[in-house]
Design a protein around this ligand. Structure first.
Ligand code: RB5
Length: 149
């Protein structure tokens, strides 16, 4: 189950992503927004990300105008590793190396065609583990303020 969320800047892209996930047979839960009316992105990021950290959804895909604001909000949710991506390499390697569990996209930055490629590689790439697990654990330690310097 994929958690989807967007503000007005990412609304149109989220709707395209929904169609794409339906074509791929991937289930999603849409946490809004549900129209192009102006809305703040933080509470949408929070609701979608809490569904991930609660185990109700596997990953989140979040869209705003740049992808940046919603990624900043997402990364404040404990247990979320959100990556704002606008290129294929980053969307792939944030799964391979960072075990990112949220992909953030800018509806005013990337076109639909590229965005759907980013969604696919993000969803289809597994975390490599190994030395990268240690680094992800260090990120978690920072989050929990238990990092040994
Ligand atoms: C909304 O105008 C815009 O600021 C928002 O979608 C996002 O780009 C913020 O980072």
């Amino acid at each position: 189950m994929i958690a989807l969320g967007a503000d007005h800047g990412g609304y149109a892209l989220k709707e395209e992503i929904k169609k794409h996930l339906e074509e791929r047979g991937i289930a999603y839960q849409d946490f809004g927004t549900y129209s192009p009316e102006s809305v703040d992105y933080a509470h949408i990021a929070y609701k979608a990300c809490r569904a991930v950290t609660a185990g109700e959804c596997d990953k989140a895909i979040l869209c705003c105008g740049t992808g940046i604001g919603i990624s900043m909000a997402a990364n404040k949710v404990k247990g979320i590793r959100a990556a704002c991506c606008s290129d294929y390499f980053s969307a792939k390697y944030t799964r391979l190396h960072n075990d990112a569990n949220a992909l953030c996209l800018g509806g005013r930055v990337v076109g639909v065609g590229l965005a759907l490629e980013l969604v696919d590689v993000f969803l289809d790439t597994e975390f490599e583990g190994g030395r990268h697990q240690r680094r992800v654990d260090q990120i978690t330690a920072i989050e929990e303020d238990t990092f040994e310097i």
